[in-house]
Design a protein around this ligand. Structure first.
Ligand SMILES: Nc1ncnc2c1ncn2[C@@H]1O[C@H](COP(=O)(O)OP(=O)(O)OP(=O)(O)O)[C@@H](O)[C@H]1O
Ligand SMILES: [Mg+2]
Length: 431
């Protein structure tokens, strides 16, 4: 299966590269063809102009109307030298029009021998006109002088390119669509595979970890049922406490399963109820305090919000806060100093979780909220994680129409600020 996927992906990538190459080839080819076509058409137009000039030269009666001087019109050179610019313009324009060459041009008639211009539409373009590829010999069999009619189009290459621009843009657009589609599909495929691997990991871990509390609870409750144990209150207390702690562990594990479930695509409903945020924070801080104390750290609360009741899915909100607090602890290599604070806004509550840990560089602010993204820092390699915590947090916060932002500087610590509106949106489903 794995091999077949890789094979199909490689073949498709090769095919796309092939399409891009052949498409570029066709575009280049079309440009050349267009260019040749123009050259041919212009050549044809110039030939016709020259033919008409020759006809004029032979028809003295007709010529006399257009010529500056009538004398010596029989000599080819005299004829050419006495041509009026308006006549040439008129001839070229009408020929070009009939050939559908609709663009600005400059023209000239010059002697091949000494590059002397007899007529020129723009004095500044002598070089260009002499070097132009559109030229036609104004021939006369017995004449030694060689006159050439030449035409020059300003920005000719760009003009041809512009004419093809729509075609080129469409090709680029379609190729881009195909590439992004391919990239998207391949990426989702790999993401799905990664997700599947992580889920298997989770399930294996979970099954293993569920066994321990269940076994403990089972043994302890059995003890509790014994009359000699029931007779002693201290023992009952002791066993009850064990059962309580183990059920808490079970509950945490169930919450973790909930987090993974959010990663799955598909609709996933939240069940809003009134939650006291301050109470929740106090509970969470209490359970984290032991860990923090063991690391010689402190965790403080500054609960300043005037209204601390929000509509929220309690399980998810608990997970959101504990994720942030866990991160604050996890990413503080020195004794942690964590401050959880709240304050009110007109429509909701702002909860911030601040630490003095390793901090996050600004370029990663966006990245850390994505699925499976962890900052690749050498010294956090020993910190375990799947890179789903903040993705989960953001998903849940946004499902409740809230927002989350991070302020942080490497080495100084991080501050995650959650805005949680008082009222949950009526129809909320997670993506
Ligand atoms: N408070 C923090 N200080 C410094 N870096 C942080 C902090 N919180 C998150 N990060 C960085 O953001 C990354 C993503 O965090 P996230 O909670 O999504 O994943 P994780 O903690 O690595 O794993 P998980 O939460 O899934 O067990 C972390 O790997 C870490 O690099
Ligand atoms: Mg985390």
């Amino acid at each position: 299966m794995q091999k077949r996927f890789s094979f199909v992906i490689i073949i498709t990538a090769i095919a796309i590269t092939g399409i891009i190459i052949s498409q570029s080839f066709w575009v280049a080819n079309a440009l050349v063809t267009k260019d040749d076509q123009l050259h041919e058409n212009v050549g044809l137009g110039l030939k016709r102009v020259v033919n008409q000039l020759m006809a004029l030269q032979n028809d003295t009666a007709l010529a006399s109307r257009y010529l500056v001087t009538r004398s010596h019109a029989s000599l080819h050179s005299q004829f050419i030298r006495s041509l009026k610019p308006e006549l040439i313009t008129q001839l070229i324009t009408s020929e070009f029009q009939s050939l559908e060459i609709m663009r600005a041009y400059d023209y000239g008639i010059y002697e091949r021998e000494n590059h002397h211009f007899i007529l020129i539409s723009n004095q500044g373009l002598k070089e260009e006109l002499i070097n132009s590829r559109h030229q036609e010999h104004i021939s006369c069999v017995f004449q030694t002088e060689q006159f050439y009619l030449t035409v020059y189009f300003p920005h000719e290459q760009r003009y041809i390119f512009n004419e093809m621009l729509l075609y080129i843009l469409l090709s680029v657009l379609f190729v881009l669509i195909v590439i992004s589609g391919f990239w998207y599909v391949t990426r989702s495929l790999f993401l799905q595979k990664k997700l599947a691997a992580i889920r298997t990991d989770y399930v294996n871990n979970m099954t293993h970890e569920l066994k321990t509390p269940i076994a403990t609870i089972s043994v302890t409750s059995e003890m509790l049922l014994k009359p000699e144990v029931q007779a002693r209150k201290d023992k009952v207390d002791h066993y009850a406490k064990i059962i309580y702690n183990e059920t808490q562990r079970l509950k945490n594990q169930a919450d973790q399963v909930l987090q993974v479930a959010v990663l799955e695509r598909g609709e996933y409903k939240i069940n809003p109820e009134a939650v006291d945020v301050h109470q929740l924070i106090e509970q969470l801080t209490e359970s984290l305090r032991v860990t923090i104390k063991n690391r010689n750290g402190v965790i403080q609360t500054r609960l300043n919000a005037a209204n601390q009741i929000v509509e929220a899915d309690k399980n998810h909100l608990t997970n959101v806060l504990s994720n942030l607090m866990e991160n604050a602890n996890k990413y503080s290599p020195d004794p942690p100093h964590i401050i959880i604070s709240t304050h009110s806004t007109p429509k909701g509550i702002i909860i911030s979780c601040q630490d003095k840990g390793i901090g996050i560089a600004e370029e990663y602010f966006h990245y850390i909220f994505k699925k499976f993204h962890r900052i690749p820092t050498g010294d956090v390699h020993d910190v375990k994680g799947f890179g789903i915590g903040l993705y989960y947090v953001k998903t849940i916060v946004e499902a409740h129409a809230g927002t989350i932002q991070v302020k942080s500087k490497p080495g100084e610590g991080s501050n995650f600020i959650v805005y949680w509106p008082f009222y949950a949106p009526t129809h909320t489903t997670l993506e």
